[in-house]
Design a binder for this molecule. Structure first.
Ligand code: NAD
Length: 228
């Protein structure tokens, strides 16, 4: 069975109603990213940061997977599929994909604010101030902030080295270290890029650019791959 590795970014969830960063001039839902998605923001204003992620979680829980998420799940009929996602939503899982690596965490879980390895399911959409981890520290969203280490990156790089086919969907490749993952894919592996604004990539070998929105480009490519 061929091994397909897929790297997704915010663009795949855009048509589910979840806004991307770049399409809103570096703001995220009207907030400057530095003010809500950094350890410094949490240090200065934990109440605001908690509220920001509670609102994002509510929106994620209300959103539904779209045709692109479902098409990727259908690829498992014929391929070994690993999705590496930069997204903090759970739409790949809800569409039925079985192997999803969350590089930047997942907003539907909480995390200890002193030990990122301690994560927990959340009852409902809200983490309340005063809710503590087993070590007695405040719980926060299980997401990787700018300036924090990305614990899954080495695992993700290993997965990329094993790809027979690589697909990038809806990512501007502006956020490192995730943006460097394509560099771990072998030269001879076909690389498909699906995005209305194809990001520039500096890789050797065959690069196939599909300038489409995810809900159009992904099901079309999946149909082709299932025919092969
Ligand atoms: P990005 O915002 O930098 O880039 C989004 C990309 O998606 C752009 O290249 C854009 O052209 C493309 N795009 C827009 N609409 C699309 C569509 N309908 N179909 C396909 N592509 C489309 O996003 P990024 O590269 O993922 O990096 C930014 C960071 O944003 C990530 O670390 C991620 O954690 C975070 N983020 C996540 C979510 C989410 O979980 N849904 C939402 C916003 C931001």
């Amino acid at each position: 069975m061929k091994n397909i590795v897929i790297l997704t970014g915010a663009g795949i969830s855009a048509e589910s109603g979840l806004k991307t960063f770049r399409d809103s001039d570096g703001l995220w839902e009207g907030y400057n990213i530095q003010d809500v998605a950094t350890p410094e923001a949490w240090e200065h204003n934990p109440v605001m940061v908690q509220q920001f992620y509670n609102e994002r979680r509510k929106t994620v829980l209300e959103a539904k997977p779209n045709a692109a998420h479902y098409a990727l799940a259908a690829l498992e009929e014929k391929y070994k599929v690993t999705i590496i996602t930069q997204n903090i939503d759970d739409l790949h899982e809800r569409a039925g994909s079985s192997t999803v690596v969350h590089l930047h965490g997942i907003i539907t879980r909480s995390q200890s604010s002193i030990n990122p390895e301690l994560t927990y399911p959340i009852d409902g959409w809200e983490i309340k101030m005063g809710e503590l981890c087993e070590l007695g520290s405040q719980l926060r969203a299980h997401v990787v902030w700018f300036g924090e280490p990305v614990p899954m990156i080495e695992h993700a790089a290993m997965i990329c080295t094993s790809a027979d086919i690589f697909i990038l969907i809806g990512s501007s490749l502006a956020v490192y270290p995730a943006a460097g993952l394509i560099g771990y894919v072998d030269r001879d592996v076909p690389k498909y890029l699906i995005d209305p604004n194809i990001p520039s990539v500096n890789v050797r070998g065959e690069v196939i650019k599909i300038r489409e929105k995810a809900t159009i480009g992904v099901p079309a490519l999946v149909n082709e791959l299932l025919k092969d």
